[in-house]
Design a protein around this ligand. Sequence first.
Ligand code: GDP
Length: 311
Amino acid sequence: MTVVALSGGVGGAKLALGLYRALPAGALRLIVNTGDDFDHLGLRICPDLDTALYTLGDLESPEQGWGRRDETWTMMRVTQSLGGETWFRLGDADTALHVYRTQRLRAGDRLTSVIADLAHRFGVEAAILPMTDDQVATRVATDEGELAFQEYFVRRRCEPVLQAIRFDGADRARPTPDVVAALSDPALEAIVLCPSNPYLSIDPLLAIPELRAALEQRRVPLVALSPLIGRAAVKGPTAKIMAELGVESSAAAIAAHYAGLIDALVVDTVDAADAARLPIPTFSTQTLMKTLDDRLRLAQFMLACVRKLSR
Ligand code: GDP
């Protein structure tokens, strides 16, 4: 049995960790957004892939919510003293990974191979798959003009009012052979859409035509977990973005956003009444993931929903 999960960064990785622990070793294939990737201080940085590596590799920093635990910050301090750019915080251990990746990419290796080798070194027994080895760059049109994703998300803390989002290069990008193989594996039993930001983290995957087509042509159930609890996001700008794009932040809007793609939506119990009116099957449970047990229980719930749909 194998399960594919689609994820962005920290929010998605919470459920991905639950699935990783709930499934037999080797069964999870996590397809990860690369639209946030960028070049900074001469290094290739892939925030969502690294979040997946650190989370499944049990190296993440729960207090910070990103990066590695037990970091040191000498590189940032020295960069600051030199008058360099420090708006994107890079810990020393994290930076070592970016240096390693940048070197290998410059030597001509595929991003997929680099991430697979890192996952192996971190003892991760799941496939962590970049959605593509081609470059896709998320860019946002705002009331302050068009911004590169990290300029908007980190440097400007999502403050500019968002008007539109585009995924530069997505129309020409191809999913990797590894992604295609994961989605066409005869042992595949389910596809889980993690509760990542639909607009910034999941849409880049869906903007790659062959990847969207492979998802649409699946033979197994695709079940999504809503990133909203009530009308609010647990963390991050999902609800703010929905308001700015003129969409109400609700389970119904999440279902409408993924219409034609998902077979069922899992929502929080506070949204159960709202969700009952949706045109697709919905399941409700507590969806706030604070502890590892919460992640595991919710992952098991998602898999149980898939089994109900498969019957
Ligand atoms: P980012 O790329 O690091 O911002 O993270 P993602 O895009 O993967 O995830 C952000 C989304 O995850 C936000 O919309 C949150 O509401 C959602 N999220 C975070 N934690 C939880 C949780 O415990 N439960 C649910 N249902 N959603 C969550």
